[in-house]
Structure formats: structure tokens, C-alpha cells
Design a protein around this ligand. Structure first.
Ligand SMILES: [Zn+2]
Length: 314
């Protein structure tokens, strides 16, 4: 089956209590925009009305790419969210692939993720891993007795920083951050500490699983913003599960190509852009996203005004 149209997606939103009002003006609180998710509906073109997950199952490698289907089959393998954090999010950890299978069952994936900071208030912080020299025993005991927060590593971040978070890294986003998050599609999050908010059926703590999943020796590397120019691309993260790149353009078009190996997911984070092939074009405003099926091949990213965008692929 051929598939050579851009798939512009309608995001779905989550209105959690810790959200703000930058992602969807007029709807307060909006915590998360799920801009690339298997449940998102395709807005236009021949697949309009289907979800991204349905299209992935139906088109397989034509959409996902040969490299992607050889690794993870026909499930859409990435989840990309924008998060507007007005309060601390819960401290949490995700299992790796092997532990997800052991704790949750066959066929389950773990979760490695990365954050790119879109906006940060002065002194905004996040938590990425544990203080140096924290032992596994200290880790387990402090998770059990509720004092884990004394052992975590706080990091100051600013706009343009990127944080790579391998599965097993304890993490939390802090107030004043607006974040692009790319992660493996996985349902497994173990909540370690919730800032004294009561554990409820909807927000339980997962003490034993989080002790199994957390690596005492993991802290996450932070990368400073790259030096950008007009029409440049920079790799921010290259991992086994995804590659994250920054596209920056004032007036110069950037030529891109999937080579049939992986889809691309492009989210505009500043300005506006048009994606073009010789058959089709689609315009993306700030925070809008399109998935480019692997079968599209070569295409152009053309800025309509000073524009920055993030591109994820596998
Ligand atoms: Zn997480």
C-alpha cells in the first residue's frame, strides 16, 4: 500500500491540576498536549478521521519505516507531549524493556524519554537522577520511608536545554517549565513521591516497583542549546529508541528525507513552517505537528517566518 501524504494530527489534551494556560489559551488548566500519540486523529488527507495507531497497523512499514517495524512491529513507537508545568509533577521512574516484561507481562515496553525545554522561568528546576554516591540501600530505604526527596539531584535549566532520561532515571519536572517530551510508547510509570499530595486510587504510589526500576547510579545528562543559524539542523539526542533534532530556519529551506527507514514527527515550537513535496504542502503553526510517513521520501521544510521545530524519528 502506498502512503505519501503528510499526516497532520489533532492533539488530545489532559487537564491535570498542575497545568497552566500556555498550550491552549482559554482552557485553564491545560497540563499536557499529546501532539503525537497513537490515539490522535489524523486531520486531513486520505487517512482523515483515522487514528495514528489505526493507520500504523494498516500501513506498517509504509508509515513507520523499515527500521522501525523491524524493531518494534506495527505499534506506533513514540509518544510526544508538550507539558505546561505550574507545580511540581510527581517524582517518578520508568522500567526498561526487560523489567517491563518481567513486572508487567510479555510484549510490554519500558520507557526512555527526553525533554527539550521550550520555556523556563528564572530559577526553574527539575529533578534528574540521584545525588552522587547514593547507594542502592539508601535509595530503597528512603523510597520506603518517604524521604527520597532528600537524595535527588535538582538541576537548573533554561530555554533550549535538552535532558536525556534513560529508563531507570528518577525524574520530575518543576514549576515554570514548558517542555517538549519524546518517549517510547509505554504505559508504565511508577510514582515514587507526590509532594505530600495524598495517594489516591488515581494517583497511587508504586513503592516496590519503583525500587526495582530505579538505578541509584543514574543521573541524566543535560545538553546546552546548540548554536543555530538559518537553515541548520542539530542532533539533540541520539538513542536506541529515538533521535531528536532541532531545525532552525529564518528564510532558508531545509531539505529532509526519510529514506524509507523511519517516519519523522515535526512539531513547530516557534514561528510557522510549510512542509512540501512536489505533490502536496501542509502548513504548521506554533505547537502544531505532522507525521511524515517513511514512504514520503524527500521533502522540504520551508519557514514562513523565523521558525524553530523539533523533529523526532526512530
Ligand atoms: Zn516520565
Amino acid at each position: 500500500m502506498t502512503l505519501n501524504s503528510f499526516l497532520k494530527l489533532t492533539p488530545s489534551y489532559r487537564d491535570y491540576i498542575w497545568g497552566g494556560e500556555r498550550l491552549r489559551p482559554g482552557h485553564y488548566p491545560t497540563a499536557e498536549a499529546w501532539v503525537v500519540w497513537e490515539g490522535d486523529v489524523i486531520e486531513s488527507g486520505p487517512l482523515a478521521g483515522k487514528t495514528l495507531g489505526e493507520a500504523s497497523e494498516e500501513y506498517g512499514a509504509a508509515l513507520l519505516g523499515k527500521r522501525t517495524t523491524s524493531r518494534t512491529g506495527t505499534r506506533f513507537p513514540l509518544l510526544i507531549k508538550l507539558l505546561d508545568c505550574a507545580q511540581w509533577l510527581s517524582l517518578q521512574v520508568h522500567p526498561n524493556n526487560e523489567l517491563a516484561v518481567e513486572l508487567e507481562g510479555p510484549g510490554q515496553f519500558g520507557k526512555t524519554e527526553a525533554w527539550h525545554i521550550l520555556d523556563a522561568e528564572q530559577d526553574a528546576k527539575l529533578i534528574a537522577g540521584l545525588k552522587p554516591n547514593t547507594s542502592s540501600e539508601q535509595l530503597a530505604e528512603s523510597i520506603r520511608n518517604g524521604t527520597i526527596i532528600d537524595h535527588v539531584q535538582y538541576v537548573n535549566v533554561r530555554q533550549g536545554d535538552t535532558v536525556f532520561m534513560p529508563a531507570g532515571t528518577l525524574h520530575a519536572l518543576g514549576p515554570g517549565l514548558l517542555v517538549y517530551e519524546v518517549q517510547q510508547t509505554s504505559d508504565w510509570t511508577y510514582r515514587v513521591y507526590d509532594w505530600g499530595r495524598p495517594a489516591t486510587e488515581k494517583r497511587p504510589l508504586h513503592i516496590d516497583k519503583s525500587i526495582r526500576a530505579t538505578r541509584a547510579d543514574f543521573s541524566a545528562p543535560i545538553t546546552s542549546p546548540p548554536t543555530t543559524g538559518d537553515g541548520t539542523q542539530h542532533a539533540l539526542v541520539e538513542s536506541d529508541y529515538f533521535t531528536l533534532e532541532l531545525l532552525s530556519a529564518g528564510s532558508n529551506t531545509i531539505d529532509l528525507g526519510t529514506a524509507g527507514e523511519s517516519f519523522h514527527a515535526i512539531t513547530v515550537i516557534e514561528g510557522k513552517a510549510v512542509l512540501k513535496t512536489n505533490k502536496e504542502e501542509v502548513e504548521l503553526e506554533k505547537f502544531q505537528t505532522a507525521v511524515i510517513p517513511a514512504q514520503v521520501g524527500t521533502y522540504q521544510f520551508q519557514p514562513l517566518m523565523d521558525c524553530r521545530a523539533l523533529k523526532s524519528s526512530t
